[in-house]
Design a protein around this ligand. Structure first.
Ligand SMILES: [Zn+2]
Length: 184
């Protein structure tokens, strides 16, 4: 399993709901958590590793030592957004090195299933709310460059061109990044 970088087409897939929490889903969640910690990320969505399923892993502290802040979410839905919009710095593991301000709601109410199949509802604010919104967007094929606004986007152009060039280079060399076997 590997993190796919923009503009890999797997990042634009609309993920399918998970219908049974089997060994494959458990294994994917464990591997995604390991990758997320290895890259010092706060969250990772299944499409970022080429899986078109509604699965997210998060740790709002980004810290192995704080497992209580770890969350595996299956079929998550943001049921309410409130508290206005906050503009703050944001990055994405599929855009290494790129950080821009993005407006996100201060508070969200989310519903999801955990790995035991239990339905959970929680209210998240500030950084945790930002991670939820960013990761749930991934499940719809929406990336932070789509929501960062025109100023952030124009400031990102150089980086985006570089990501595109790297992707084309890998494609030409026949080193296609994994994940193209995902249902696109
Ligand atoms: Zn991301």
């Amino acid at each position: 399993m590997k993190i796919l970088n923009y503009p890999h087409p797997a990042l634009r897939v609309k993920a399918r709901p998970i219908t049974s929490i089997d060994a494959e889903v458990q294994k994917a969640a464990a591997e995604m958590l390991e990758l997320m910690y290895g890259h010092e990320g706060l969250g990772l969505a299944a499409p970022q590793v080429g899986l078109d399923i509604q699965l997210l892993v998060m740790n709002f502290a980004g810290d192995h030592e704080k497992p209580e802040l770890e969350c595996v979410a299956i079929n998550p839905v943001i049921v309410e957004k409130k508290g206005g919009l906050i503009n703050d710095r944001e990055g994405c593991l599929s855009f290494p090195g790129l950080y821009q301000n993005v407006r996100r709601h201060k508070t969200v109410v989310v519903k999801y299933f955990n790995l035991l199949g239990e339905e959970k509802e929680m209210t998240a604010s500030d950084l945790a709310a930002r991670v939820w919104q960013h990761e749930c967007d991934h499940l719809n094929g929406t990336l932070f460059i789509d929501v960062m606004g025109s100023l952030g986007l124009s400031r990102s152009q150089k980086d985006l061109e570089k990501f595109k060039a790297d992707f084309e280079k890998a494609k030409k060399k026949g080193e296609l990044p994994p994940g193209l076997d995902a249902k696109l």
